[in-house]
Ligand binder design. Structure first.
Ligand code: GRF
Length: 190
């Protein structure tokens, strides 16, 4: 299955997906890493791993989200992409792109959804006194951090946790969960 990974930042989840795709029994290959930011660190990481990259800078399209998403769609089609994996892609998508990829677009979110959609998930879990935090891979629908759950991983919250420490622990779990969930999805998409 031909997968594109969309990023905006460091791309550590993208790197985990690319590395897992290198295993002999992997059911997917990462054919494209696309960023909406030219300065995303993950672009360099992808290039070093030999994965084609593209930049579709949202700033070039002003407020025209549909035009930005159409430009993304054109690049995805040019690479014959079959499944899109959002990995730290920090821009909300409109029904334009979500609709075109319905059932074929995945996201990873750093909380145990349906708890804490949106930002600052780790600070919110700590403030709530939660004993457990974690991450979720889900299909992307029009709602933010909504959509059918494909997999979750749980990590403990420590008594003296900071958001940064918890984020690091959850991120390590993300790197395990996302390749597994994507592989399972590619083997049995329905
Ligand atoms: C991850 O925690 C992801 O769940 C969240 O943003 C972070 C991206 O990290 N949406 P990276 O770019 O994959 O390193």
């Amino acid at each position: 299955v031909r997968v594109a990974v969309l990023i905006s930042g460091a791309g550590s989840n993208m790197a985990a997906l690319v590395d897992a795709a290198g295993e002999s029994d992997a059911p997917y290959e990462v054919v494209l890493v696309l960023s909406n930011k030219a300065e995303a660190g993950g672009l360099t990481v992808a290039e070093a791993k030999g994965v084609p990259t593209a930049i579709v800078d949202h700033a070039a399209f002003g407020k025209d989200r549909a035009a930005h998403e159409q430009a993304i769609q054109t690049v995805l089609e040019a690479h014959h992409v079959e499944v899109v994996a959002l990995a730290g892609y920090m821009r909300l998508l409109t029904p334009f792109l979500v609709g075109r990829w319905a059932g074929r677009m995945l996201n990873i979110h750093p909380s145990l959804l349906p708890k804490y959609p949106g930002l600052d998930t780790h600070a919110r879990a700590i403030a709530a006194g939660d004993a457990e935090a974690g991450c979720t891979v889900h299909l992307v629908t029009e709602g933010v951090d909504d959509g059918p759950v494909l997999g979750q991983a749980v990590v403990p919250v420590q008594p003296d946790d900071t958001p940064a420490a918890l984020a690091q622990r959850v991120l390590a779990a993300e790197h395990q969960l996302y390749p597994q969930a994507l592989a399972r999805f590619c083997r049995t998409p329905d």
